[in-house]
Design a protein around this ligand. Structure first.
Ligand code: DLL
Length: 432
């Protein structure tokens, strides 16, 4: 058994000991090396030297994306630049948002974290790992790449785009593990089908490690059917490392957090109070051993819960539930909170529609209007006006009873919703 596998099955009390020791060191290093944290802790009256339990961490102040932006580019680095080997950035909608630095050890841990997902899929030296997350500043490509190498796979650095070429390589190289966003996996599958292939038979995929955006259970089922493989959900964010913070195992029942590297809490996003396991709220992350850019109680804005109890796989690291969405992409439609993924879940109960949709927000007479635009399944006769109208009102009716809000539904022409090679744009806000 490798060192990693041992860590994954440690009794949870021992994992907490690792976390407590690591978090303590993180707080002290942040306090002593990063002016921002010194000021933050002092202003909050928080003494990092006095932390004696993980519960005490609830007294520490939060950090936010804005704090990271305010200290761009190097303000939050906790080691000298000579120790930095790599940089990644997340591009916000308003230009460069945040930057993460990695020491050699940080890169090693990153590779190991992503490799866990490959091992959960029983992957290793016999596998060809096809990486078509985008390479570059986005953490998806290189994170999966380091994971493929660390797991011993033959790793193909495809990056995103040129879908026909992806398909050729998938077939010719006999790729067995596919790493990309779920929406790009669907686009690859649909493109292969349009080329007259049957990816379920013509590809040799066993597993997909898909993340970077939310996707519903129904979307996953459709992917698994089209590509004849098993999909594992991977979560991560630039601010704490990139993909691999948490990954689903073969049980597909929640994502195991890499708890030896990340301490997670769920809080009530309104009050900031820590919530017990099982309750939904905002995920907050403290890095346990990140050297270059550690974060303390980072508010991710992602909504999930810690799944109580142990996983059937026998690994002891806590699981977070699949993400519903972010506090900031939650739609508030006449007072009702709705996540795009909930709309998708309802929509996908209709076999007449495909997985390509967009939720459009407009404003009329000071009232917010929500329109779901969705492309039909190829088997549906889009030209029959009556059938289209009937389908639209059936979906709208089901949305109304499931979510208690009125959403207009429009079946739109096949291929009219823009395809993305990275994260799909599911919500378009035209309210101005
Ligand atoms: O998306 C890192 C990543 C790359 C994760 C590849 C998984 C695979 P950012 O661009 O910084 O980093 O975006 C982070 O994406 O806060 C979530 O809102 C969202 N996100 C990431 N993974 C998932 C997932 C990468 N599995 C933001 N399900 C996060 C839902 C996800 N949302």
């Amino acid at each position: 058994m490798s060192e990693t596998q041992d860590v994954l099955t440690l009794p949870h009390e021992q994992i907490q000991e690792i976390q407590l020791e690591g978090v303590k060191q993180t707080l002290i290093r942040c306090y002593e090396n990063v002016a921002f944290y010194k000021q933050l802790f002092d202003e909050a009256g928080f003494n990092p030297y006095e932390l004696t339990s993980l519960d005490d961490l609830a007294q520490a102040p939060f950090t936010t994306k804005q704090d990271l932006r305010d200290n761009y580019p190097y303000g939050l680095f906790a080691v000298p630049m000579e120790d930095i080997r790599e940089l990644h950035m997340s591009s916000g909608t308003t230009g460069v948002a945040t930057v993460g630095g990695y020491t050699e050890r940080d890169l090693e841990i990153w590779g190991d974290c992503f490799a866990r997902g490959i091992r959960y899929a029983d992957g290793g030296a016999d596998d060809v790992c096809h990486v078509c997350y985008g390479y570059g500043l986005f953490t998806g490509g290189l994170g999966a790449h380091y994971g493929g190498i660390a797991a011993g796979c033959t790793t193909i650095p495809m990056s995103a785009g040129n879908t026909e070429r992806q398909i050729r390589v998938l077939r010719e190289m006999g790729s067995t593990i596919l790493c990309c966003t779920p929406s790009y996996a669907m686009h690859i599958a649909d493109t292969a089908i349009a080329m007259g292939l049957d990816p379920a038979k013509d590809f040799t995929l066993r597993a997909g490690i898909h993340g970077a955006e939310a996707f519903s259970d129904n979307f996953r089922a459709e992917l698994e059917r089209k590509l004849n493989y098993k999909v594992l959900d991977v979560y991560g964010l630039t601010e704490t490392m990139g993909p691999g913070v948490a990954i689903e195992c073969w049980e597909q029942n929640g994502l195991h957090v890499a708890e030896d590297h990340f301490f997670v809490e769920i809080i009530d996003p309104d009050t900031g109070e820590r919530l017990p396991d099982g309750e939904w709220g905002e995920l907050v992350i403290t890095t346990v051993d990140r050297e270059a850019t550690p974060v303390v109680r980072y508010r991710t804005r992602d909504i999930t819960r810690i799944i109580p109890g142990e996983c059937a796989c026998g690994r002891t690291h806590k699981r977070i539930d699949r993400l519903h969405g972010r506090t900031d992409d939650m739609l508030i439609i006449r007072g009702v909170n709705v996540f795009p993924s909930q709309i998708e879940d309802v929509m996908k109960t209709f076999p007449e529609v495909s997985s390509w949709y967009q939720v459009e927000l407009t404003r009329k007479d000071h009232l917010d209007m929500v329109t779901l635009k969705v492309e039909p399944d190829p088997s549906f006769s889009f030209d029959e006006v009556r059938a289209v109208e009937k389908l639209q009102s059936a979906i709208s009716g089901r949305l109304k009873s499931a979510l208690s809000v009125g959403i207009r539904v429009r079946i739109v022409a096949p291929n009219s919703i823009p395809r993305s090679e990275g994260k799909a744009k599911r919500v378009v806000d035209l309210r101005g």
